[in-house]
Structures are given as structure tokens and as C-alpha cells.
Write a protein that binds this ligand. Sequence first.
Ligand code: DP6
Length: 349
Amino acid sequence: MNTSRQATGKAPEKAPEKAPEKATVRAGSNIAFIKYWGVDDATLNLPQTNSISMTLADAYTTTTLEWLEEGQAATDAITLDGVPLDERKAARLVRHLDRIRGLAATERRARVVSQNNFPMASGIASSASGFAALTVAACHALDLNWSATRLSAVARRGSGSASRSLFGGFVEWERGHDDATSVARQLHPPDHWQLYDLVAVVSGAEKAVSSEQGHQLAASSPLNAGRVASLEQALHEVRTALAECDLRRLGPVIEQDALAMHAVMMTSRPSLLYWQPGTLEIIQAIRHWREQDGVQAYFTIDAGPNVHLLCEAVDVAAVQARLGTLASVQQIIVSQPGPAPLQLDEHLF
Ligand code: DP6
């Protein structure tokens, strides 16, 4: 079965004879308010539930991709943050390029240079921005004039959360029931709400278990079914809070889902424990600041120890200053809602 054909439910399309061949794209990462954790179909990357996120303006990947003439190279050449990737490290990206080659009916190999503007181990999802930028650059360079929805389905195959980075602002990824229906869509544009994401970095160490492996363990937790059953209501709450720009309504729901996801992780077999002591220090501090001092900031945590704090403009300086007093906080990265992937005229090579 040619699974890459299924990515959009359409037959391969021959790229136009005079393709532009080279494209540079900048795509923002995203922070999930309702998390994607657990797959129904690991090959197609079909999630168990919908998820909702905010695309980030200030944490992005820039990727230049050039398709080489047929026969010019036997393999793809990929450089990430200045380091040429060996075969093992490049494998997941090459598999994604293979999907795009299958969809476009081309055998051409690619030269790829990709740069993150944030440290890879910062707790900001580089796979989301990385696979979104790679997908859009690869398709633009082949002059494939695909819609953002179609590109979202293709990006999803590379990394689930990348499907959401195809859109700017506030985004929902529909669970869907097959390869073409599991796509993201924009709920609100970036200027709908000036919400800030402050990432408090407590550890730069690479995680021992990847999200890719973790998604397959979710079903082994006795808590997974409970989380999935409660999500319909949580998704509704988040959609309403976003529509009304109501942080006091949004905050408690995103905190609960982050904790529910980590409870699933911790109780999977084998157990996944992404937290460090600093993670708990920040959770307890933020609760205290809210209760004692009325600081309106709420946390969420991805598959790692670093904590994202969501707050509005009036509280950014206070939250930043308070985070700076915690012993475990090594670095703070601040971001606002960002745009859909942008095509740039300047290339990285
Ligand atoms: C905890 O999208 O990184 O950040 O599809 O294997 O690349 P792959 O997984 P990935 O998983 C995201 C997990 C999460 C929650 C989220 O972003 O929704």
C-alpha cells in the first residue's frame, strides 16, 4: 500500500516542469492548551482526541530546501542548527521527504538547511515548527500549490503537532477518522488576543523518551480512558474561553489537562516521568502568586520538564521578574501568538 498517497487522499501529482526548485520558509512552533497525547494509528499519526494550540511568533524554524536534479545526489543532505545530520539522525526527516516525493511523483533528492531561533532542548516543540517549515518549503519548491489544509495533513504525518503550525493564531487539530480528515484549522487569527507564553527553562537536557515513543504508551495507562472521556467538555471550555479572550476561564482548564496528560505519562507502562524538581517549584510558585498576589498566569507543560506560563501583557513583567527569583529557572523565553508559515525571499544557502 502506498501510504504517502493517502496523506491527502489524492493520487500523486507530477510537479510542474519549471519548478522554482528552492524555497525558504519560516514556521512558528506552538504551545498546546489541550494536548495531543496518544495515537489511534501510529502509521498515519491519527490522534485519540482533538487538540488546541497557539502558534508562537517568537519561537520558529527557518528552512531552506532545494530539490537537486534527478541523479545529482543519491541521498538527501540535511543540516540542522549548523550540524550536518548523519543517516540515523536524518532518518525521520528523510522519511518525510519520501512521503512528499511519493505525493509529487519525483525521485529528486533535496539539500536542506534548517535553523531554530530557540534552543532545541528548551521545551519548545522543534518538531512542530521543523516539520511545518520542511513540509511547506518542500512543496513550494516543487511549485505544488496546495492549500494550508492539505499541507497540514502532510505535516501531520511527520509530526502530529506540526499539523497545527500550518495556521497562525489559535488553532484546533481535528482528530479526524482517516489520513485526509485529520487536519488543523484556525479558530482565531494571531491578533485576536495578545496572550503571552513565557517558557521557564529548568533543564536543557535532551529527553530520554521521545514524544513519538510516548504516544504509543498512552493507552497502557489506566488513566488514559478517563482523560479522553473528559476532553469533549474541556475542548468546549477552551474554545469558549478563546472566543471571549477570558484567561480566568482558560487557565484552570489548560492546567488540568497538562496535569492529566502528565498523570497518564507517569502511569504508563513503562512509566514516563518528564518532571524535574524545578518543574514542581514553578507549579507551586505560580499557584502561590495567583492566590496571594492575584497574578493572572497559568501553567502548561509539554513532554519535558520546562514550564510554559500563559499571561496577558499587563502581567508579563511581573511574571518574568518573579520567575527570575527562582533558583531552578535557567532561562525565560517570551512569545506572542504568531502567523502561519511565511515564505521568505532570502535563503540560508
Ligand atoms: C506533549 O507532535 O511532538 O507536545 O507526532 O511524535 O512528533 P510526534 O509528537 P509531537 O507530540 C506533541 C506532544 C505534546 C502535546 C502537544 O503539543 O499537543
